[in-house]
Write a protein that binds this ligand. Structure first.
Ligand code: ZN
Length: 56
C-alpha cells in the first residue's frame, strides 16, 4: 500500500482522486496548470533592444 499525500493540501490522498485527496484539489491543480499555460505568452521581439544606429 502506498501512502500518497495530496500535493495541494497535504491530506492523505483518496484512491479515486490520486494523487489528490478530493475533486476540489484535483481541480485546483488543473487550474494551476491552465493558469501557468496562459502565463506563457509568445515572447515579443525586442525591436527596441537593438539599435545599430544609436551611436556613430
Ligand atoms: Zn487536497
Amino acid at each position: 500500500m502506498t501512502r500518497v499525500k495530496c500535493p495541494i493540501c497535504k491530506k492523505p490522498a483518496e484512491a479515486k482522486w490520486l494523487p489528490f485527496c478530493s475533486k476540489r484539489c484535483a481541480d485546483a491543480d488543473l487550474g494551476h496548470w491552465l493558469a501557468d499555460d496562459y502565463a506563457i505568452p509568445g515572447e515579443p521581439a525586442p525591436a527596441d533592444a537593438f539599435d545599430p544606429s544609436a551611436e556613430d
